[in-house]
Design a protein around this ligand. Structure first.
Ligand code: URA
Length: 203
């Protein structure tokens, strides 16, 4: 199903309604995939008949969507992780140098045991992703507690993040090979945020 949804997202003729529906679908798939990597603990519950042994996710979950495009992933992730807290990180790439600059940060209290899930639909150069991880590490969060979730990534971006932060787990629905000279992913889907929110496309 991942491939079907990615194809809908890639198609430039996909309407905003269909784009949002496909983005929601892929976000659910990614959220369940993320859940399978989180540490669980055994619990005992009373069914109406008897006791049963089951499991629950061991530690709290903090979602960190990178503004603006990752706002599209927050609602489906909260439907899977109902009690997650959400922190926001605003990063903007300089138009010429492509170096990301932080313009907004609002995190909840994060303990060293918490699972921190960074959301960013597109990993292009990996610059924003790396910067986000750096900021989280500076806030005292351990690399191994961070999971990075993306819809599409370019190989170069994934490589950069893996090289700089080898203990961060990356969960991504689709890896594309290249970037163009404007640092858009090829074949990619254009600007995710513009297509999701309906703002004018920069390409
Ligand atoms: N961000 C996007 O939305 N699309 C790209 O191709 C790269 C970064």
């Amino acid at each position: 199903m991942k491939e079907v949804l990615i194809t809908i997202l890639r198609d430039k003729n996909t309407s905003i309604t269909k784009f949002r529906k496909a983005a929601e679908g892929i976000a659910f798939i990614l959220a369940w995939q993320t859940a399978s990597h989180l540490e669980k603990e055994q619990v005992s519950v009373d069914t109406p008949i008897t006791k049963a042994i089951g499991s629950k996710i061991k530690n709290n979950i903090i979602l960190i969507p990178i503004l603006r495009s990752a706002l599209s992933l927050v609602s489906p992730f909260l439907k899977v992780f109902n009690n997650a807290k959400v922190g926001f990180l605003g990063l903007k790439r300089d138009e010429k140098t492509f170096i990301p600059k932080i313009y907004y940060k609002n995190f909840p209290e994060i303990s060293s045991k918490d699972n921190v899930i960074i959301l960013d639909p597109m990993i292009a150069t990996g610059g924003s992703g790396s910067e986000a991880i750096k900021i989280l590490k500076e806030s005292g969060i351990k690399e191994e507690k961070i999971i990075f979730v993306a819809v599409i990534s370019a190989l170069v971006g994934i490589k950069k993040i893996k090289k700089e932060y080898p203990k961060v787990k990356i969960i991504c629905a689709q890896e594309d090979k290249e970037l163009n000279d404007k640092m858009f992913i090829i074949p990619g889907l254009g600007d995710f945020g513009d297509r999701f929110f309906g703002t004018p496309q920069k390409i």
